[in-house]
Each structure stands twice: as structure tokens, then as C-alpha cells.
Design a protein around this ligand. Sequence first.
Ligand SMILES: [Zn+2]
Length: 533
Amino acid sequence: MLGHTTIEYCASLIQTGGALGQINPSALLFSPAKMLMFTGWFYLCFYCAQKLQYSTIVSSKFRSLATLVALFLGPICILALMIFVPLKQSLVSGARFSDTLRNYLEDLVAGARRLGAASEEEEPALVLLDSSGRSMDDIYGHDDRKRVDSRALTLTETIIAEALDQRASDILIDPRSEQKYAIRFRVDGLLRIFQEADSDISRAVVNSIKAVSGMDISEKRRPQDGAFVAKKGDVTSSFRVASAGVLNGEKLSIRVLNHDASTHSLDDVGWTKKQLTLVREMVAKPSGMILICGPTGSGKTSTMYAMLNEMDRFTRNVITVEDPIEAILPEASQIEINAKADITFAKALRSMLRQDPDVICVGEIRDEETAQIALRAAQTGHLVLATLHCDSNAAAIIRLLDLGVSPALIASGLHLVISQRLLRCLCEACKRPAEFTPSQIREFKRNQVAYQEILAPVGCRRCNDTGYYGRTAVGDLTVVTAQLKTSIAQDKGIADQLRDSGAKKGSSNLNKQALRKVVSGLTTLEEITRVIG
Ligand SMILES: [Zn+2]
């Protein structure tokens, strides 16, 4: 009863305009509440007008008109936008409207939180350093920085910071026409456009990167190589730069090198339990070669680092030869190939065999000499991890034979061959259930994979509207058994035999594993088609 009377009392207060009953605030022309509402409305109108200026929702022809309307009807426009964007997304992707609306609202809230967090604690600034530790300010001089185009230097820093933020593995800056340059990132194996910029500022960006990479700025045609480092707080990242003169200007390819190898773990590669056990067994052995195959960008090096992380590098002497050193591996000796200084894979391998190694890592087998030395080392009591650029396990053995390695040496040295592919993972934040098509059901049945649910990409802020985030590996493992050893050693047309059946079997193994990943909601059938075919 007490509650009831309190409510009635409050209602009467509002009606009479307060306990004292003298002033009614709502009767005032500029009451605080009205002022607040008016300011809010005013702010929202301006916010909408400003948003529309940069939005692609309205074509440029009607933008002025739309801005004018937004100026007067701002909050109503916000509501319309909030419905329009997810509605458009749901129409394009075929997802339920309620799902896309929920994602959109979550994005908005997350964005607002991030903004709040960013303003609370200021992030450490990104500093670019050349090989001798000089910053951009040191290279250009503190005062010159303003004179040189500080806009370009800021854009350079933004590009590098964004690339790191988006987990890019490469940054490409290349001229599209006389007026425009495209700045693109490779994320999870695919290129995405980061920005298109005018030629003038882009050329200044290219020059600043060349300067910090120790390259000759005046040389614009001849290909050059360089390197620089980016520091942000305690985190250091390395970059390998290659330039080349192309039509309409100069092209830069920047490789982002992951400088913490200890983050790679065999458990995260994506293999099945059976495969993991097998690999762990092989890695624990004192000798023999483990060969990792796959096309460019199939995660061969990451897998190699994951294997090295399985080992106790205090008790086993680990030496690697790489081109370039992609990540720092604590307690291991790493040698980088340098063609200019005449350090080749074969030469580096030969010299490191004198260092009494237990485990040898060969970044890539490219020629007969390297293959011979590596296999002989594997035969004589060293564990050798190596990568080879080829499609399947069968192709790897054929490739070694083609390089001129004797079948007997392959048979005795090679213990395990792994073919690997990387599939993009569905973004955990936005993936949604999808319907099977009859042909998809047939595909699952043909591969004898049980199917229940299938998920599809949507796209959100986390995954940059791609629907995918991170990658997972599928692998085809071939243990070089006694029987296979005999057939290789006797070389009874083993190459032809492998060419016929081996490659087919390999790709079907990869396919089956990938389908299982689709069923467990990790990836999609489109990814399988794109990567495995
Ligand atoms: Zn997402």
C-alpha cells in the first residue's frame, strides 16, 4: 500500500510542479530538460549530416539533398540507417534479418566501447626504425619531417600500424594509373584493398619506406631489397621490402615477419589427433627427414616452427637455415641466406654440419645439392626438417628424383612427408547456420562424412566484413614405410606409379579432412573449392 501511495504522491508532484508547488519547470520556455533534448536533437542532426557526407548509401548526385534532409530529421535518419544497413546485409547474404540486426547492434556497442577504451588509455606510438636503429625523425631530421611531407610519413605509419592490426602477412603498394596507387594487405592468404591514394602522396610513402629500409631513393627502376623494424611499446615487428620499377611508377612488396616463433604450437595447426600423435612420434626420433610440402602460403614454415617448439632446445642442438628468418626461435641458431654475400642453402648447410647439430632445419629445398646434403645428414644421425614447394606427397618424391637425388638416398633418409593446405576459418563472431544444397549433400555422402549442420560467413567488424578470421591446416601424411622404401630404392617406375595414384589419393585425403572441418563449423565448402579444388 505504501508503494502505491508513493507513486500517487510523485504523480501529484509532477502535476503540481514540485513539492513547493510554486514553479512548474515544464512551463518554462527553456527548462533544463527541454534544453537537453534540444541539444541532443541538434547534435544527432549534425552527426547524421556528417555521416552521410562519407557514406556510399546515397549516390553523390543526391548527397547534398540527403545531407539537408539529415540536418533537420537527424535522429529519424539514424533509425532508418540502423534498419537499412542490416536489411541490406541480410538481403545480400541471405541471413535472417534479426541475426544481422543483432550483429550490427553488437558491432555498434563494441565500436563505442573500443572508442571509450582508446580514449581512456593512450596507445603507445608506432616507431619505424632502420637496420641501424635510426627512426624516421633521425633519417629526415626533426625539423625536416615537417618540410618533407609529414602527411606522407603519417600515412606510412598508419599503413604499417593497420597492417599489423589486421594480421597482414604482406603489404603491397603499387601504381594503378598515373593518378592512383593501391595499397593492399594480404590477410589469411587473400589480398584486400586497404586504401587507394593519390600518386603524389603514394610516391612520398614509397620513398619514406625505401629510406627507412636502407634503399637508394633515387634509384626507381632497378629492383632493390631492404628491411626495417616497427616498434610499438614492447612489441617489435620486422619487415622485408622489395622494390621494382613498373609502369606508372614504382611497386613495393613488404613482407611482415612474425617475430615470435614460440606462439606456434602443433596443437593449433589444425591436424587430427591421429596425425598429431604420428608427427610427435617422428619429431622425437633422433634421425630421418620430415618433409613439409605445399604451395606458397600454405603455412609450411609455421608448421616447421610448431615442430621445433615441441623439442627441448636446451638438450638438442637446433640449427636452422632460412630465407628469410621469419621468426626468432629462442635457444636455436638461425642462419639467414644471403645471395649477395654468397651464403646459399647448400653452403650454409655444409658449414652448420660442422657445428655438431642434432636437429637441422632447411627453410626450402630448391636444388640438388641442398637435397643431397640434407638427406645425407638425415641418414647419418640428424633429424632434418625441410620444406619443398610442391602439390602433394607423391609430387614431393617425384621432385626429389627429378632433382637428381638417388632413389637409394631418398629411401634411406626420408621418413615422413606432409602435404599441407590452409583453409580460412569462419569468424566466430558472425558465422550463421546455412542450408545444404542437394549437390553439397551428395559431396558429403560421396566422401562418407556425416553431416548435420553447415555454417556460412556473414561479416562483421572483427573480420573486416569478410566472414573469415584466421586459418586452419589440413594435412596429408605419408610415412615412408619399409614397403615404400623398397619400391623407391628399386625405382620400379615409382615416379609413374605415384603420378597416377598418389596425387589423387593425397587430394582426396585433404578433401575428406576439410569436409570434416566444414561439418564442425570451422570453415566452408567454398574455402575447400578455393584451396583444394
Ligand atoms: Zn565476423
